[in-house]
Design a protein around this ligand. Structure first.
Ligand SMILES: [Fe+2]
Length: 300
């Protein structure tokens, strides 16, 4: 290879690789929705809930970057798995650039026999005023979710009864912009029931572990949204730095909860995008969780 050819190829690579990477991050990867599968087993999951499936969906960010067509496509992929329950862990909209009510019709297509549950995320609050907003923006998100059949668990819990047994799903207000309150969320919830918590920010798990929660579902991190090979995520948001992606086991005070020695946490990378319409080495995902009744013999 002559020196001139070497320089020519060098310039071509220096210009071409960033251009191709940018095009891939904007036009290809954001639409490569993955389904993560996960099994959660516990002795305290009632036998009648053995095999129940939960679709964990997070960080839709409907707005400028995630259009109605994109949302429809995501929901169709989820419904193809026919989940028994659907749990949404916040950021329905991207800072109210588009009104949440515009996707009520699409959210109605999410159907699950054991119900749909949601909490708010930090982007469901708004940082500047939007012309169309005539009332509290979080009320608009809550109203849209409720109109689409979701139980919005802002510092609340709900018991799901099935074949004479129950589990609980609790939720808290957003930890960065709202007023999360675990005591209020769990008020009246039997302490020994198998209980799942929806909390937008995953690092909330350090606080949730002080309460009788079995499984926390979170989002918020987007997995970093842009990852550099070997290096990892370029940036992680506040309260998603410790538990940014996947499954974690958090030990807790065993004297306080002898039957619940660990809190399990699942952080989803989410389906949408924020700040920039790109994803790189961090494709969007939703998770299909299967509950399993664990027996003493199956754990030994
Ligand atoms: Fe988000």
């Amino acid at each position: 290879m002559t020196r001139r050819t070497f320089i020519k190829y060098g310039i071509g690579a220096a210009v071409g690789v960033p251009l191709l990477s940018g095009a891939y991050a904007k036009w290809v990867e954001p639409y490569q929705l993955k389904r993560r599968t996960l099994t959660i087993a516990s002795e305290r999951i009632p036998a009648s809930f053995d095999g129940v499936t939960i679709a964990h969906l997070s960080d839709l960010h409907y707005g400028e970057f995630v259009t109605k067509d994109h949302v429809a496509n995501i929901f169709a992929q989820i419904m193809a798995s026919k989940p028994d329950m659907i749990c949404f862990t916040g950021d329905l909209v991207e800072d109210h650039v588009m009104p949440a009510e515009a996707i009520i019709e699409l959210m109605l297509k999410l159907q699950a026999p054991l119900g749909k549950y949601a909490v708010l995320g930090n982007h469901d609050y708004v940082r500047d005023s939007r012309a169309y907003l005539s009332s509290d923006p979080t009320d608009l998100v809550t109203a849209s979710l409720e109109a689409a059949g979701f139980h919005v668990l802002t510092n609340k819990h709900h018991q799901i009864h099935y074949k004479d047994t129950s589990i609980a799903v609790a939720g808290i207000d957003d930890a960065l912009e709202g007023n999360p309150d675990m005591e209020t969320a769990l008020y009246g919830c039997p302490p020994n029931i198998w209980c799942m918590l929806l909390a937008h920010e995953p690092d909330w798990a350090d606080i949730a572990s002080r309460y009788p929660i079995d499984l926390q579902l979170s989002g918020h991190s987007h997995g970093g949204q842009v990852r550099v090979p070997i290096v990892g995520p370029l940036m992680l948001p506040l309260m998603a730095k410790k538990y940014p992606d996947g499954m974690y086991q958090i030990s807790r005070n065993q004297a306080k909860f002898p039957e619940k020695p660990t809190l399990q946490l699942h952080t989803s990378r989410g389906v949408g995008m924020t700040l920039m319409p790109i994803r790189f080495f961090c494709p969007p995902e939703w998770t299909l969780i299967t509950l399993r009744k664990e027996t003493k013999s199956s754990t030994s």
